[in-house]
Design a protein around this ligand. Structure first.
Ligand code: 13P
Length: 252
């Protein structure tokens, strides 16, 4: 099964309005999106509209880093899937480890966010990953299974077939310590097998599983040679157009 690789830049809480416009202008000239890969950026909520306008017809997709599960309502400070769609988003990151860690988002709450994204036709990019302590104690697979069970448990196979999973080991995020391609591959394979158990071979085969955690121009090629790594979720290196372009143009 050919899965179209998906490379996403997660800008986190970086890039104010003028820096975002500058980066968009650079991305438009450095990134040529070709049919064999998809590219997206996830800016801060406040500049999504601006980024969408400035990326124009570049075919670089715009997404968000979070959402609230309700379609609308008295939820001060929150943003719904429907509002995200109205400003040009086509995907949304859900369950990033920084959301889990700093904002105490539970697997169950993340499940409701996944359903909200699907309701609005946004592609959810659902993040899972273990901490260093969990890896060292040998519980990586148990942790990932729990995260998948908790959030995906209530989804139907047809809903599941619309999600993208991102494996982001917490110890590799922003630390410069990338998982080796083999270590990442093992977990990606585990995730695919989990989906196979839940929804069968066809859905598992179709599922895109991205790797995130210190992806850089000098390690992306090796990561992308692995059979179950279908793209990357890039933090720090996505803030520089040249680096992000090199990652997008990985060579295997
Ligand atoms: P870094 O690429 O900076 O390690 O961040 C990874 C990440 O959290 C992407 O969502």
């Amino acid at each position: 099964m050919d899965r179209i690789p998906f490379i996403i830049g997660n800008w986190k809480m970086y890039k104010d309005a003028s820096a975002a416009v500058e980066l968009c202008d650079q991305l438009r000239t450095t990134i040529r999106v070709v049919g064999d890969r998809e590219v997206g950026v996830a800016p801060s909520f406040a500049v999504i509209s601006l980024v969408h306008q400035h990326l124009g017809r570049s075919r670089i997709r715009v997404g968000a880093q979070n959402l609230h599960p309700e379609p609308e309502g008295a939820f001060t400070g929150e943003v719904s899937a429907e509002i995200l769609v109205s400003v040009g988003c086509t995907f949304v990151i859900i369950g990033h480890s920084e959301r889990r860690q700093y904002f105490h988002e539970s697997d169950q709450f993340l499940g409701s966010k996944l359903r909200a994204a699907l309701r609005a036709n946004l592609d959810p990019v659902f993040c899972v990953g273990e901490t260093l302590q969990e890896r060292e104690s040998g519980s990586t697979e148990a942790v990932i299974r729990q995260q998948l069970d908790g959030a995906l448990g209530s989804l139907t196979p047809s809903q599941l077939s619309r999600i993208v999973v991102a494996y982001e080991p917490v110890w590799a995020i922003g630390t410069g310590k990338t998982a080796t391609p083999e270590t990442a591959q093992q977990v990606h394979r585990f995730i695919r097998e989990y989906i196979c158990e839940r929804c069968g071979m066809q859905s598992a085969d179709r599922l895109r599983i991205l790797y995130g955690g210190s992806v850089k121009p000098d390690n992306v090629d090796a990561l992308m040679t692995q059979p179950d790594i279908d793209g990357a979720l890039v933090g720090g290196a996505s803030l520089k157009a040249q680096d992000f372009a090199r990652i997008v143009n990985y060579q295997v």
